[in-house]
Design a protein around this ligand. Structure first.
Ligand code: IPE
Ligand code: MG
Length: 224
């Protein structure tokens, strides 16, 4: 979800207001994907590297997460009503304790929902995730011959969700920036200059139609 800052600048608003607008965009995008029967959606909200942004900006993004995960606030209740199951990818323990608690409760509240699984990558980094998996594998003394890609995948944050078919990046940059490095091995990539707060249901449709026309061979010979 890239481009909140540039969106704000164009409107002569503060970066924080851009993040607020970006957060407000999430429910309509989730609903659009759900209506197209996408079963798993992952949003990259905050990277391991984003901690190095100015403390005021980090604070604003954390408080937006806290609001979104609050049982008492309309947003979460709305997700729950619409059958959204919430998951978190990344390091929960580095977040403020009250946000960790809210996130755990939100995940628990929505755990039986099955219309769409919405994973929020927050304090997530792909390399960090791979290293963490390797450490666990070493600690568990998994013997090298039994280590397969499937077994490795079960040590990642994404153990409960499939690899992404499509990775969409808004905001015009043409890179993955440490997102789902292992899981994205065969993902189709879609880059759009549209800034995240402007990424509308019509843009969701455009991305899915583009995906529909891609030929996927997974390294084998695909039909041409
Ligand atoms: C994406 O918007 C949100 C986060 C990374 C938290 P940016 O803050 O990166 O927006 P730009 O790239 O400055 O426009
Ligand atoms: Mg950016």
């Amino acid at each position: 979800m890239d481009g909140n800052g540039r969106w704000a600048k164009r409107q002569n608003l503060s970066r924080n207001e851009g993040h607020r607008k970006g957060a407000e965009n999430i429910p309509r995008v989730v609903e659009a994907f759900a209506q197209y029967q996408v079963k798993y959606l992952t949003l990259f909200a905050f990277s391991s590297e984003n901690w190095d942004r100015p403390p005021t900006e980090v604070g604003e993004i954390l408080s937006l997460l806290g609001e979104a995960a609050d049982r008492e606030v309309e947003g979460l209740a709305e997700f729950h009503k619409k059958g959204v199951k919430l998951l978190h990818l990344g390091e929960l323990q580095r977040l403020p304790p009250e946000i960790q608690e809210k996130a755990r409760k939100a995940i628990d509240l929505t755990s039986a929902n099955d219309r769409i699984t919405l994973s929020i990558a927050f304090d997530y980094g792909g390399r960090q995730e791979v290293i963490k998996a390797v450490k666990k594998i070493l600690e568990q003394k998994i013997s090298p011959p039994i280590l397969t890609p499937e077994l490795f995948s079960s040590f990642l944050y994404t153990q409960h969700i499939p690899d992404p078919d499509l990775i969409i990046r808004t905001g015009g940059e043409l890179r993955l920036s440490n997102f789902l490095l292992w899981q994205g091995a065969y993902s189709e990539l879609y880059f759009t200059p549209v800034l995240w707060p402007d990424f509308s249901p019509a843009e969701v449709k455009k991305a899915l139609l583009t995906y529909q026309d891609r030929k996927r061979g997974f390294g084998k010979l695909s039909e041409h």
